[in-house]
Design a protein around this ligand. Structure first.
Ligand code: ANZ
Ligand code: ZN
Length: 817
C-alpha cells in the first residue's frame, strides 16, 4: 500500500515509541557517548498546547533529533511550570482547588505532546506544584536566607489592584501588570527580596560567556542592570547637620547646578520640608502616588514639583541651591536626590523653564543657548564658568572634580545600578509557601530543613479570593505553630514565592528528577550541565533568563554547580501570527493547533512551522500552506515506499546512477551545514529537491530498483526524521530497516561526489548549433565568451573577428559572424 495516511502512521508509531522508549537519556556513568543537554522553556498548563508551542517544540525537536542521529547521549526533558495565578483564578470561579484545573491541563498537554511526536525523555517529567518539587524551593530559600541573600524590608512596592498582590519590577511592563494588564500602583509594604543586586557586576561580566545568545537579549539585560559610572557628591543643607548625597553621572557639571531636587515620595522630602510648606507637599505627594515610575520618568511629561523652602550648599563654590521635591526624581534610584543642571540635562531644563529657575552653561558645545532653545546640551565640549575645571574636556573634568571632592571629603567616584533586588513574596495561594516562622522573641526563623516541605493548606474556591493579604492567612491552624527555636507560639509567613523562583533552577532538577537528598544530585549536574541549547521566547529576556543566571551563580558560590552560566546557547523563536497580527479571541483570528493536526497530520504541521522561515522570524499562518506540506510528504513517502519495495538494504550504492548519487550527497552535505546553523527552512527545501530528483530517477531514469534510488530514499528518511518523525519512521520500515529511525545514524557525504555539477552550453554561429561546452553553472559571461571563441568547431565557421557575440551564461552563446 503506497497511500500516505498521516493519521494511521501517528497511531502506529506513537504506540511503538511508547514501547521502544527511544528518547531516554543514557544514565549509565560508564556511557562514553558525548553528552548534550537540550531544553525547551517548560510550558505553563493554561489549556491545551497552542500554535506557539507547536513552533517552539518543533524547533527544539529538530536539534534533539539531529543530536540523536549524530550519536550523542541526549538529555531532552519536559515538565510543567504549574504554579501561578490562572489556576487560582479558575479555582475561584469554579469553586474548586487550583490543582484540579492544573493537573487536568497538564494531562491534556502531555497527551498532545506525545501525539506531536516530540522526543522527550518522559521519565524525568516534573511539575513545580508537586510538594516533591517545591520542597526544594524552600530548601534553597533557606540557603539564600543563611547567606543574607533573602531578606525582608519595608518600602514602596508595585501593587496590582486586579490580582491583589505585589509584583517584581520585572513584572511591570510600561506601568502595567505583566499578567493581567491592570495599571500598577505603588504601596508601602514589607516584603521578601532576593539580593540579586549583589550579583549585578557578575551578571554583566559573565555575559562574555554568552556568545551563543541573541545580542538583543544581552542588550536588554545590560540595560536592565543599567550600570553607570559617576560620582556621589555630598551637599550640606542649611539648618541640618546631615549632608544629603546625590548620585551624578556628570560630576563635571557641578558648577552648573542651579537647584536641588529630592524625590517627592522619599521620607527625605518630608524631613527637608519647611513646616509652613508641609501641607502643600502632602497634597503633591497624593498626586504622585498615582503614577508609575515609567510615567514619572517620561521626558514629555509636564514637570511638576513644590519648593520646600530650604537651600542646599554646592560643596565646590558655596552657592545656595533651592531645594525642591518633584516626581521626576525617583526614590528608589541613586540616593533619591539630584543636583539639577538644567543647561545639560533635559528634564532639569524643562523643570527650570517651568519654575523660572536659572540656567547656567558650563560645557561649551557650540549649540544654541538651552535657556532660549529649550533644548539641553548633554554633549561634549570644553568646560567654562567652572573655576579650576575651565578649559578641560569632559573626561578630564570628571577626573579632576573627583580628586577635588575626595580631597575635601565631600564626594567620591561611584557606580550605580538600575537593577533592584528581586521582590519574591506574593499574596496569593497557588505557589510555594515561604518557609519562615515569625516568632515574637526570635524574629524570622527558617523552618528546619527536615520539616520541609511546608505544604500548602487545603483551601479552595471562595477562600482563595484575593483580598490584599495572602489567603494562607485564613488557614488558622496552618498559620499558628510553635517557634522551631524557642518553642513559643509563633506564626508562619503567609506569603508564597514568585513562580519565577520555580523556573530559576528546574533545569538542574531534570538531571536527577527523583533525588531526595537535595534539589539535585551534584554529580549528575556535573555530567549534564550546563545546558548546551535552550529554546524559548524572548518575553523572558529580563525575567526568567536573568533570574536563572542569578540562581546559577549563587549555586556556584555554594559549591553545588561548577559552571557560572546555565545556558550556553539560546535560541528565541518568533511568534505564530495570523493575517499579520497576533492571534486573539477579540480579533477572531485564532488558529487551533489540534485542529490543524486533525486536518493535515502532525508531520505536515511540524514541517510547515519549520519551512515557513528562519526560526527567529514570525510565522504568519495566513501565508503558509500545510496542505502543500502534506502533498510533499505524500511524495516523499511514495519515493521511500517504492524504493523499499524494489530493493533490499545493503546493496552497493556505488553501482547506482551517478547523477542521482551526486544529488543525494550534495543534499547530505548541505543539509548538515544548514542544520548546524539552524537554517531549518533551507534544509527542508534541499530535502524537497532530493525527493524530486529521486522521483525523476524512478520515473524517467534508471528506475526504482537502482541502488542510487535506495541510497537517496534512505538519506531522505534520516534527514526527514528530524522534522517529520512519523513519515520518516514508516519510510525507514518500508526500506527494510527494523526498530526506530531515531538512532539510525546521520548519513555521511562522499567528498568525491561533491564535485560541482556542470551544465551544457550551446554555441551557435549564425543561428546554427556548432558546439556544446560543459561548463560550471557559475561561469561568468566573459569567461564563457572566451571559451566559445576558442572552440575549434566554432572557429571553423568564423572568418576573422565576429561582428557580434551574445552571451547568456551559462547556457547559450550566439555568435553573429
Ligand atoms: C547631574 C547631571 C547633569 C546629570 C547632566 C545628568 C546630566 P543614569 O545614567 O541612569 O545612572 N539621577 C540621579 N538620581 C536620580 C533619581 N533618583 N531619579 C531621577 N534621576 C536621577 O542617570 C544618572 C543621572 O540621572 C544623574 O546624573 C542624575 O542627573 C539623574 F548634565 O546629575 B545627573
Ligand atoms: Zn522563638
Amino acid at each position: 500500500d503506497e497511500q500516505y495516511d498521516p493519521q494511521a502512521l501517528q497511531v502506529k508509531w506513537q504506540a511503538r515509541w511508547e514501547t521502544l522508549d527511544p528518547y531516554r537519556a543514557g544514565e549509565d556513568a560508564g556511557d562514553e557517548r558525548p553528552r548534550r543537554y537540550l531544553l525547551d522553556m517548560f510550558p505553563y498548563p493554561s489549556g491545551d498546547l497552542h500554535m506557539g508551542h507547536g513552533e517552539v517544540f518543533a524547533i527544539a525537536d529538530v536539534i534533539a533529533r539531529y543530536w540523536f542521529q549524530r550519536g550523542y547521549n541526549v538529555l531532552h526533558p519536559i515538565g510543567w511550570d504549574s504554579f501561578g495565578l490562572p489556576a487560582e483564578n479558575a479555582a475561584i470561579k469554579r469553586n474548586a482547588h487550583p490543582a484540579e484545573w492544573t493537573y487536568a491541563n497538564i494531562e491534556t498537554q502531555a497527551t498532545s505532546f506525545r501525539r506531536y511526536g516530540i522526543s522527550f525523555d518522559w521519565s524525568r517529567r516534573l511539575h513545580t506544584s508537586d510538594p516533591e518539587y517545591y520542597r526544594w524551593n524552600q530548601w534553597l530559600f533557606n540557603r539564600f536566607f543563611e547567606r543574607g541573600l533573602a531578606y525582608r524590608k519595608g518600602g514602596l512596592v508595585n501593587w496590582c489592584p486586579q490580582d491583589q498582590t505585589v509584583l517584581a519590577n520585572e513584572q511591570v511592563v510600561n506601568g502595567h501588570c505583566e499578567r493581567c494588564g491592570a495599571e500598577v500602583v505603588r504601596r508601602e509594604l514589607t516584603q521578601w527580596y532576593f539580593k540579586i543586586t549583589d550579583y549585578a557586576d557578575r551578571l554583566l561580566e559573565d555575559m562574555d560567556q554568552l556568545g551563543g545568545w541573541p545580542e538583543r537579549i544581552l542588550t536588554m539585560q545590560r540595560n536592565w542592570i543599567g550600570r553607570s559610572e559617576g560620582a556621589d557628591v555630598r551637599f550640606q543643607i542649611e539648618g541640618r547637620d546631615e549632608p544629603v548625597t546625590v548620585y551624578t553621572t556628570r560630576p563635571d557639571t557641578l558648577y552648573g547646578a542651579t537647584f536641588f531636587v529630592v524625590a517627592a515620595d522619599a521620607p527625605l522630602a518630608e524631613e527637608l520640608c519647611a513646616p509652613d510648606r508641609l501641607a502643600e507637599l502632602e497634597a503633591y505627594r497624593a498626586q504622585v502616588a498615582k503614577l508609575s515610575d515609567i510615567e514619572r520618568l517620561a521626558t514629555d511629561k509636564e514637570k511638576t514639583g513644590v519648593f520646600l523652602g530650604r537651600y542646599a550648599v554646592n560643596p565646590v563654590n558655596g552657592e545656595r541651591l533651592p531645594v525642591w521635591a518633584a516626581d521626576y526624581v525617583l526614590s528608589g534610584y541613586g540616593h533619591g536626590a539630584i543636583m539639577a543642571v538644567p543647561a545639560h540635562d533635559q528634564r532639569d531644563l524643562d523643570f527650570a523653564l517651568k519654575f523660572s529657575l536659572p540656567v547656567r552653561i558650563v560645557v561649551e558645545t557650540g549649540l544654541p543657548d538651552p535657556a532660549e532653545s529649550g533644548v539641553a546640551t548633554p554633549g561634549e565640549g570644553a568646560l567654562v564658568n567652572s573655576g579650576p575645571l575651565d578649559g578641560l574636556s569632559k573626561t578630564e573634568a570628571i577626573t579632576r572634580i573627583v580628586e577635588i571632592l575626595r580631597e575635601r571629603g565631600t564626594g567620591d567616584a561611584a557606580v550605580n545600578y538600575r537593577l533592584r533586588d528581586w521582590l519574591l513574596s506574593r499574596q496569593r495561594f497557588w505557589g510555594t509557601p515561604i518557609p519562615i516562622i515569625h516568632c515574637p522573641d526570635c524574629g524570622e526563623v527558617p523552618v528546619p530543613d527536615d520539616q520541609l516541605p511546608v505544604a500548602l493548606p487545603d483551601l479552595r474556591g471562595e477562600a482563595l479570593a484575593p483580598k490584599g493579604v495572602s489567603p494562607l492567612a485564613s488557614a488558622t491552624e496552618w498559620v499558628n505553630v510553635d517557634c522551631p527555636k524557642c518553642g513559643g507560639p509563633a506564626r508562619r509567613d503567609t506569603d508564597t514565592m514568585d513562580t519565577f523562583v520555580d523556573s530559576s533552577w528546574y533545569y538542574l532538577r531534570y538531571c536527577s528528577p527523583g533525588y531526595e537528598d537535595g534539589p539535585f544530585d551534584v554529580e549528575q549536574v556535573r555530567r549534564w550541565g550546563p545546558i548546551d541549547q535552550y529554546v524559548g521566547g524572548s518575553e523572558h529576556a529580563v525575567l526568567h533568563l536573568m533570574y536563572s543566571r542569578f540562581f546559577t551563580k549563587v549555586l556556584h558560590d555554594m559549591g553545588m554547580v561548577d559552571f557560572t552560566e546555565p545556558f550556553v546557547r539560546l535560541l528565541n523563536q518568533g511568534e505564530v501570527i495570523n493575517q499579520g497580527r497576533g492571534m486573539s479571541k477579540s480579533l477572531g483570528n485564532g488558529v487551533d493547533l489540534g485542529e490543524q493536526i486533525d486536518t493535515y497530520g502532525v508531520d505536515a504541521v511540524r514541517l510547515t512551522m519549520l519551512f515557513a522561515g528562519p526560526p527567529e522570524d514570525d510565522i504568519d499562518w495566513a501565508d503558509v500552506s500545510p496542505g502543500a506540506s502534506q502533498k510533499f510528504l505524500a511524495r516523499a513517502f511514495r519515493v521511500m515506499a517504492e524504493a523499499g519495495a524494489a530493493s533490499a538494504p545493503g546493496v552497493d550504492a556505488t553501482t547506482g546512477d551517478l547523477e542521482l548519487r551526486k544529488v543525494t550527497h550534495r543534499t547530505i552535505d548541505e543539509v548538515t551545514r544548514l542544520i548546524e546553523s539552524y537554517r531549518f527552512n533551507v534544509a527542508i527545501a534541499r530535502m524537497m529537491e532530493l525527493t524530486t530528483a529521486a522521483r525523476r530517477a524512478i520515473d524517467t531514469g534508471p528506475g526504482a530498483a537502482d541502488p542510487a534510488v535506495r541510497e537517496a530514499a534512505e538519506a531522505l528518511a534520516v534527514l526527514l526524521s528530524l522534522v517529520t518523525p512519523y513519515v520518516a519512521e514508516e519510510g525507514w520500515e518500508r526500506l527494510g530497516h527494523g526498530s526506530t529511525i531515531t538512532h539510525a545514524g546521520w548519513p555521511v557525504a562522499d567528498p568525491a561526489l561533491l564535485v560541482q555539477e556542470s551544465v551544457t552550453c550551446v554555441v551557435q554561429v549564425a543561428g546554427k548549433v556548432r558546439d556544446r561546452l560543459e561548463v560550471a553553472p557559475t561561469i561568468s559571461g566573459a569567461e564563457l565568451e572566451e571559451l566559445a571563441l576558442a572552440s575549434e568547431k566554432v572557429r571553423a565557421y568564423l572568418d576573422g573577428a565576429p561582428r557580434k557575440v551574445i552571451v547568456r551564461a551559462p547556457k547559450l552563446v550566439n555568435i553573429v559572424p
